[in-house]
Design a protein around this ligand. Structure first.
Ligand SMILES: NC(=O)c1ccc[n+]([C@@H]2O[C@H](COP(=O)([O-])OP(=O)(O)OC[C@H]3O[C@@H](n4cnc5c(N)ncnc54)[C@H](O)[C@@H]3O)[C@@H](O)[C@H]2O)c1
Length: 380
């Protein structure tokens, strides 16, 4: 089946998407595949028919979750043999291979769901968006933090206007160790630049940055950053990273650390009339009650404070419970032919931010400008 025949058959039969997963490690084994299986049992609109992994010990474990999947040691062999009957690939390998695998999938006429970071360089990200637009196939990054229930609640409160226009935000992500891969492969690949492309900013920065875009409802125009590596004799990537992003309407402070001794997120969103504070599942919304009358000292203002707890399962690093809602978006993008939509464009902007922040940190935290337009047309 050629690429155009395939899109024809997709539009005739949008019921079940057939996918292959490349990389059977932590995120696919604990996150994506359990979520696909649950979705298949409830909605029957997705099926994973093949898996590729370069690690023999990981391939041996595929049967535990997907006994009927065909298993390959090389994604190219999988694509050659399977792509005629596939709709999409799910790329769950370390970042160094995301771009090459995605290009190969587009060449076979497949849609691509790709783990973050989309790529390890801006040139690669741009080429991937261009290829998706040319191939008329969807490129969709796994920006799954948008799907955390407490993050959805933040977005709803901002959109309701309750705290007024957002002016300043802080996003702190604390981890007690660098994120690790499965034991059977290179567990510490995130600390080796040749696999990861960078440290915690490359690994987690996308999550932080795409949330800033939504909460500020704009894109940043400049960044200044600082970072450190507390174990330079062992690893060549940073484990602590701080950045300040300038937006047309305010500032965002991002702080990421792998050496915090604790695992948690703390987000604050400050608007003209109130503020949201999130500490994992716990949310506080403070809204100013008296905004008129003569100026008063801050302590004299009355605040209406609401507290909520929104179960978001932060401690489960697979974030399996957020995947279904993300997959809904991917499916919608396929149906509507939104090949390089908002999420893909924001993935590009995240890579721009990460790479520019690295340059800023290397140049004594010099503030550097950012382009807010993605230089790729949706229809070439
Ligand atoms: N969105 C999230 O919340 C989240 C969470 C964890 C990981 N991730 C992302 O998922 C990706 C994988 O991370 P992980 O923690 O699952 O890593 P991992 O080390 O646990 O798994 C990677 C797997 O890919 C296999 N692999 C490596 N190169 C390959 C190749 N060229 N072809 C086929 N298989 C290959 C390895 O053998 C391993 O089984 C990364 O991009 C990471 O950033 C995202």
């Amino acid at each position: 089946m050629g690429a155009s025949d395939k899109s024809q058959s997709m539009s005739n039969n949008t019921k079940r998407l057939r996918g292959a997963v490349i990389g059977y490690g932590f995120i696919s084994g604990k996150g994506h595949i359990p979520a696909y299986l649950q979705r298949a049992s409830e909605q029957d609109d997705v099926e994973i028919v093949a898996i590729a992994d370069i690690c023999e010990a990981r391939r041996a474990r595929v049967q535990e979750t997907l006994p009927n999947a065909r298993i390959y040691s090389d994604y190219r062999a999988l694509l050659d043999r399977e792509s005629a009957n596939l709709d999409f690939v799910d790329i769950s390998t370390p970042p160094c291979d995301h771009a090459t695998i995605a290009h190969a999938a587009f060449d076979k006429g497949l849609h691509v769901l790709c783990e973050k970071p989309l790529t390890t360089s801006l040139l690669e990200a741009r080429a991937l968006l261009e290829h998706a637009a040319r191939a008329k196939r969807v490129l969709f990054p796994c920006h799954n933090y948008k799907h955390a229930p407490v993050v959805k609640a933040i977005q709803e409160i901002i959109s309701s206007g309750k705290i007024g226009k957002v002016r300043s935000i802080t996003l702190s992500t604390y981890r007690n160790t660098h994120a690790k891969g499965v034991n059977e492969w290179k567990t510490h690949w995130r600390r080796e630049k040749k696999f990861s492309g960078g440290g915690i900013a490359m690994d987690h920065g996308s999550h932080t940055f795409y949330l800033t875009f939504d909460w500020m409802n704009s894109y940043p125009t400049a960044v200044t950053a600082k970072m450190t590596n507390l174990e330079p004799t062992k690893y060549d990537t940073e484990d602590n990273f701080s950045a300040v992003l300038t937006f047309p309407n305010g500032l965002a402070h991002a702080h990421l650390t792998w050496t915090a001794g604790v695992r948690k997120v703390i987000y604050t969103v400050q608007g003209e009339r109130g503020a949201i504070t999130v500490d994992d599942d716990d949310m506080q919304i403070a809204v100013m009650q008296k905004t008129d009358g003569p100026d008063v000292a801050q302590g004299a203002i009355t605040w209406n404070v609401e507290k909520r707890s929104i179960a978001s399962h932060w401690m489960d690093a697979s974030h399996v419970s957020w995947f279904n809602s993300l997959f809904d978006q991917f499916k919608t993008a396929i149906k509507s032919g939104d090949f390089i939509g908002k999420e893909a464009r924001e993935a590009y902007l995240c890579i721009q931010l990460i790479s520019t922040a690295y340059r800023s940190a290397q140049e004594g935290s010099r503030e550097l400008p950012l382009e807010i337009e993605v230089p790729v047309k949706a229809h070439p």
